[in-house]
Design a binder for this molecule. Structure first.
Ligand code: FDA
Length: 305
């Protein structure tokens, strides 16, 4: 119930204004968001890569319904990639892109064109793009666009949300040589007919999907903070004789940072998803929805002033 309410609030203009105006919101947001500018993102990327971690940078802003804003978002990614390249961070830091930020809500071809330009900019600095997965209604269009992008940019990462009832089918289709696939549980509100909604069902689906990806020939990106699933991924890597370079763990900036470093120290590839920008509201609310303790932390900080 609480999760559904927070996810509904993540789409509400009224609640957004309230949360953004709360006096301490920015301090709490900083736990999950690296800052507002490219400079902030590059500083955090430098720190994380200096500690042996990989990074995927997400420019906050989604559901863009204005062509000029779409163009501004594409140019922002191009500038970010250019500056990553200039700092020599290209190979260790990639970008994650939400298609709704590059026009998917307006027109599929517009989004494909924007994503293609970002992939081209990434290639110039020797790095990759992963296409985030958003609301369930956009899954088919997102997979079509990833498929198109992979014709020219075969290293484009796809994302599968384990809560989708069709997740196993998607994983089986994507477990081919060279295919980079991020497996996550799913962060949006999705209805029963298309998605599992009970936690144990989602977790079981995650395990089934992970087995398919780890047994396959692609490059699985195990995106979870769940300790049991992380242990299981390690066991599956041994079972399928995968070396550390053939898969990676992924976690969000600000969530289980010690675990990120522990895995990296043990020789695993660990990529931290670093979101930055001014449009942090929806991203932040999804993080609160994931864990009641985060909400308690937020409310306590509001009342302790
Ligand atoms: P779960 O929520 O069950 O948590 C397991 C444990 O992890 C908790 O018990 C707690 O210990 C810890 N934990 C989890 N979340 C925490 C938090 N916010 N704060 C503190 N501790 C926390 N989703 C999506 O729909 N599309 C996408 O493209 C992506 N992309 C993506 C990239 C990466 C790198 C990650 C890690 C996640 C995503 N997600 C996503 C989000 C994902 O779908 C999911 O909502 C979150 O990862 C939380 O799920 P967990 O697998 O961590 O399990």
């Amino acid at each position: 119930m609480l999760r559904q309410a927070l996810l509904a609030a993540s789409r509400s203009e009224g609640v957004r204004r309230l949360v953004e105006r709360a006096p301490v919101t920015r301090d709490v947001v900083r736990r999950f968001v690296a800052g507002e500018t490219i400079g902030d993102a590059l500083r955090v990327t430098g720190e994380l890569t200096g500690e042996g971690l990989l990074v995927s940078l997400d420019v906050l802003g989604e559901d863009t319904r204005d062509k000029e804003q779409v163009e501004a978002n594409v140019r922002h990614y191009a500038e970010l990639l250019d500056r990553l390249g200039a700092m020599g961070l290209g190979p260790r830091a990639e970008v994650s892109v939400k298609l709704s930020a590059v026009g998917l809500t307006l027109d599929e071809d517009l989004a494909l064109d924007g994503a293609r330009r970002i992939c081209a900019a990434a290639r110039t600095v020797g790095t990759t793009v992963t296409v985030d997965m958003e609301e369930h209604a956009s899954v088919d269009a997102t997979l079509r666009i990833v498929h198109e992008l992979r014709r020219d940019f075969p290293d484009t990462g796809a994302v599968i949300q384990a809560y989708l009832r069709r997740a196993e089918e998607y994983c089986a289709e994507l477990a081919y040589e060279g295919s980079r696939v991020r497996l996550c549980k799913g962060a949006y509100a999705a209805p029963e007919p298309v998605a599992f909604t009970a936690k144990d069902e989602i977790d079981k689906s995650y395990v089934r999907c992970m087995k398919i990806l780890m047994a396959g020939r692609g490059h699985p990106m195990i995106a979870t903070h769940d300790p049991r699933l992380i242990d299981m991924a390690a066991a599956l890597a041994v079972l399928h004789d995968r070396d550390a370079g053939s898969f990676e763990y992924q976690m969000l900036y600000g969530v289980r940072p010690q675990e990120q470093r522990r895995l990296a120290r043990e020789g695993a590839q660990v990529r931290v998803y670093v979101a930055y920008g001014r449009e942090w509201y929806a991203y932040f609310m999804r993080r609160l929805a994931e864990r009641p303790a985060n909400l308690r932390f937020f409310v306590r900080s509001l009342t302790s002033r």
